[in-house]
Design a protein around this ligand. Structure first.
Ligand code: ADP
Ligand code: TRP
Length: 321
């Protein structure tokens, strides 16, 4: 089963990104039967970033993040979108099958326009490029967040239209929508998100991590009082970092009273630091060897290119190029 997903390089990753998006795809890539493709969507990022240094740095950072969090480049074809020739070519070909109305209804575009962001043509065209990213590789499954569901529908639409207009060239992909993935709460109890300023960064240094975790918002229950654990941010976050035994103890401390939130936060802090420590060490090591990252991405692009070139040749033939 071929699984593919693209990631936008969009700044420093937080634990919501990790448990909500990165870990599920990394777990999937470890399954025997899956052949996984993960690419860094740097062409897509150009719709919002126009500083070359920022784009280059963000691309390198997200590569470092994935590689240090467990992406195994021997199992996963890991590449930069812009290194493979054919994504933009196929997008152009598909664009001639896409009605304006289909794209005008795309949330990614509509939402930004509604917020008063001056949309460029790239942003409007974005779903077509995403369709090309997928259709070039005969993909079975595309794991994405809920916000990308409509883009997958557009992808299937375009594939169907192409197949019936020209010839059965494209496989129709299914989405694996992470609706069931728990929403990781942020420091204030809302969904953790960069846009709410309530994040805990995965690779924060211990001092910064402490500052964040100690600032988790709680009610004013005193040390001795029994406390409600369900929905409490300390408890909800601890679920991701503690083993059964530690979690049962924490629950008991909530229910019985006698332990203050400060102590509970300290325990959570220790667990979070321990959880990410080996990954952080690996990241620091890898960051010293950018040429090694470059090698991995180049090798990934070569593997991807073989498949993409075959598909593009088929496409060109059937459309008359
Ligand atoms: P942000 O909201 O911080 O801007 P993004 O929109 O860049 O994060 O999210 C990247 C990926 O991480 C998406 O697939 C999204 O579903 C996932 N994700 C982000 N925040 C959370 C969260 N709090 N809980 C679960 N998944 C999340
Ligand atoms: N649009 C996706 C996002 O913002 C990233 C992406 C680009 C992608 N091309 C893709 C995801 C192809 C899956 C498949 O998250």
């Amino acid at each position: 089963m071929r699984v593919l997903t693209g990631i936008q390089p969009s700044g420093t990753i937080h634990i919501g990104n990790y448990f909500g998006a990165m870990k599920p795809i990394l777990d999937l890539s470890k399954q025997e039967e899956s052949e996984t493709f993960i690419f860094i969507a740097d062409l897509h990022a150009m719709t919002t970033v126009n500083d070359p240094e920022i784009l280059r740095q963000a691309t390198l950072n997200i590569a470092l993040d994935y590689l240090s969090l467990g992406l195994d480049p021997d199992r996963v074809t890991f590449y930069r979108q812009s290194d493979v020739v054919g994504h933009s070519d196929l997008a152009w070909i598909l664009s001639n099958l896409a009605p304006m109305g289909l794209l005008e209804r795309a949330h990614s575009y509509k939402d930004k326009v509604a917020k008063g962001i001056d949309a460029n043509v790239g942003l409007f065209y974005y779903p077509i490029l995403m369709a090309a990213d997928i259709l070039l590789y005969d993909v079975d499954l595309v794991p994405v967040g809920k916000d990308q569901k409509q883009h997958l529908e557009i992808t299937r639409d375009l594939a169907q239209k192409f197949n019936s207009n020209f010839s059965e060239v494209f496989k129709l992909p299914d989405g694996l929508i992470s609706e069931t993935t728990a929403i990781i709460p942020g420091l204030d109890g809302q969904k953790m998100s960069k846009s709410y300023g309530n994040t805990i960064e995965v690779f924060a240094d211990p001092k910064a991590m402490k500052k964040k975790i100690m600032s988790i918002q709680t009610d004013s229950a005193g040390v001795d009082e029994p406390k409600e654990h369900q929905g409490n941010v300390i408890y909800e976050l601890s679920k991701f970092f503690m083993n059964e035994e530690e979690l049962a103890q924490l629950r008991a401390d909530f229910i019985n009273g006698g332990v203050g939130y400060g102590d509970m936060k300290k325990r959570l802090l220790e667990n979070v630091i321990n959880y990410f420590a080996p990954h952080k060490a690996k990241r620091d090591e890898l960051a010293k060897k950018p040429e090694q990252i470059e090698q991995i991405l180049t090798k990934g692009a070569q593997k991807a290119q073989k498949i993409a070139s075959h598909k593009l040749a088929d496409v060109r033939k059937v459309v008359g190029l």
